[in-house]
Design a protein around this ligand. Structure first.
Ligand code: AMP
Length: 293
């Protein structure tokens, strides 16, 4: 008979209903605890877990969510095949020290008569938004819903999705939500490939080729900061990637706050943004372009 009191940490709660989530949040609030929120679509890797690590530093309680948001996928995109392994994901969140994982059904986020869309047009028409018109409206809408349901003090997003991070910051500011939005650095595989749930789609051959994107980005940044013309550097990089089998969506330098295109001189810290298809897998990445010293 086990008469010893259990000494280990209380186990993480997994909740599916917003009402159950609300109860947990009220419990923490009554205790005066600071709540961090890490939204994800699952298919977890060390990039996601790094957000939880950052969250744990500044908050008492970490709530993560797993929701593959139908509104951010186009009709020909990978909504159906997107990695869904809740058992593994929940175990990974628990191992990392999350307190609650919210895994809502679609109706919990979008009831049948849901009609609202949220848009941040000043930032969503370029880069990923140009080729995926529904994408950021879907993201802004789901995050507004999740923020209101979770009611966190602080939320963590990866710079891997840099445009998304800017859009979330703007949305939170414009709606006056009392939430601090924190960006976290990109976590990479040892060979430089930015971690992504979609990397699972890559064939062995494509996986071996994939780091070439980041390598080319590093090369381009080095050349631009050493004084070479942006336009010609980008052109050469794009050609080289094309020759390796990448189908490039964009490969361009933009300002870090407005996302305005930087075509001539780098007069302020900017970022090189890239998106490309490798076979059927969309890879995205970005990297800082610092001012010449
Ligand atoms: P996702 O599940 O793809 O919607 O991503 C959930 C969160 O994890 C977003 O804030 C992403 O920016 C972040 N994230 C995804 N991949 C990485 C990575 N390689 N490094 C850092 N953060 C990441």
């Amino acid at each position: 008979m086990d008469s010893m009191p259990h000494l280990q940490q209380p186990t993480m709660s997994v909740v599916q209903r917003s009402s159950a989530l609300k109860e947990r949040v009220e419990f923490y609030r009554k205790k005066g605890q600071r709540i961090a929120f890490v939204p994800t679509m699952g298919g977890l890797h060390k990039g996601h877990l790094s957000l939880v690590k950052h969250a744990k530093v500044t908050a008492d309680v970490v709530i993560a969510s797993i929701f593959v948001n139908p509104k951010q996928f186009g009709p020909t995109e990978d909504f159906d095949s997107y990695p869904r392994d809740h058992t593994t994901d929940v175990a990974m969140f628990e191992e990392e020290g999350c307190h609650v994982v919210y895994i809502p059904e679609v109706e919990e986020i979008y009831p049948p008569d849901f009609k609202t869309v949220i848009q941040v047009p000043a930032l969503d028409g370029v880069l990923c938004g140009a080729s995926r018109p529904q994408f950021f409206t879907g993201i802004a809408t789901v995050l507004a819903r999740l923020f209101l349901q979770v009611n966190p003090d602080v939320t963590f997003f990866g710079e891997k999705d840099y445009q998304q991070l800017l859009i979330v910051k703007q949305l939170v500011k414009d709606l006056g939500l009392p939430i601090t939005v924190e960006g976290c650095p990109i976590i990479r595989e040892q060979d430089g490939l930015a971690m992504s749930s979609r990397n699972k789609y890559l064939s062995e051959e494509e996986r071996a080729m994939a780091p070439a994107l980041y390598q080319e980005m590093q090369k381009a940044v080095q050349e631009m900061t050493s004084g070479k013309k942006i336009e010609s550097v980008l052109q050469v990089s794009k050609k080289r990637l094309k020759d390796l089998g990448f189908d490039i969506d964009y490969f361009e330098v933009r300002e870090i706050a407005s996302l305005a295109l930087v075509e001539k001189d780098i007069t302020q810290t900017s970022r090189l943004f890239a998106a490309a298809m490798l076979g059927n897998t969309r890879l995205i990445d970005n990297i800082e372009v610092s001012l010449k010293s």
